[in-house]
Design a protein around this ligand. Structure first.
Ligand SMILES: [Zn+2]
Ligand SMILES: [Zn+2]
Length: 207
């Protein structure tokens, strides 16, 4: 049900609002949302971003959670919010690899195709968020939910900045490039150390 995390009885607002401070995750060293896909708690939080919107969509339309509804949504991605499209894809089984459609291994043609179409979905910036923030959130969410074929450093960088993006932040193109250059010069161990550092120095980004 919307509002609860899979595997737990905890109920809380599911997505950080614009300006919300970072919160430590009880399951990994970084802020909430930064540990997906390895941290089960962060993974459930990220999935809940989609599931909450899907639940609201079904309730609003008076629809049941059935594969037929998911199929209709996926056929018209440009008419729906990206969270609804991604949640719908999760409910469809890929005819090629047998996994959730769009999240299969690199080289699964049907998943690659669905993964491309998902970007036609609607991305609406929240009031108070930097313009383009919602697109950055959705790309990062897509990457941590399907890291296959993406470099370890890029996945780490996406994970690192997802919590701040969820709080409405968005680095400028120049800042993003500088961060990328910096991350590329760091070892994976050095990047991993930034997760807990971020909690101690919120808002500083990569030092
Ligand atoms: Zn975590
Ligand atoms: Zn597939």
């Amino acid at each position: 049900m919307p509002g609860s995390l899979n595997g737990g009885s905890e109920v809380r607002p599911l997505r950080p609002s614009v300006g919300a401070p970072l919160r430590a995750c009880s399951g990994c060293p970084g802020p909430e949302y930064s540990g997906a896909p390895d941290c089960a708690r962060c993974r459930a939080l990220v999935d809940a971003i989609l599931e909450a919107e899907w639940g609201a969509f079904l309730a609003q339309q008076g629809l049941a959670d059935e594969p037929e509804v998911a199929e209709l949504v996926v056929e018209e991605p440009d008419r729906h919010d990206w969270r609804i499209v991604d949640a719908a894809l999760d409910r469809l089984v890929c005819s090629e690899c047998g996994g959730p459609l769009s999240r299969g291994p690199v080289g699964c043609g049907a998943c690659d195709l669905a993964n491309g179409f998902r970007y036609a979905a609607v991305e609406t910036d929240r009031p108070g968020a930097r313009p383009g923030n919602e697109h950055a959130v959705r790309v990062s969410v897509s990457v941590v939910r399907r890291p296959q074929g993406i470099s370890e450093r890029e996945v780490l960088a996406r994970r690192l900045f997802l919590p701040e993006l969820l709080s409405g932040d968005l680095p400028s193109t120049g800042q993003a490039q500088a961060t990328k250059d910096r991350v590329n010069r760091m070892s994976v161990t050095e990047i991993e150390a930034l997760f807990s550092l971020m909690l101690r120095n919120p808002g500083v980004g990569i030092p």
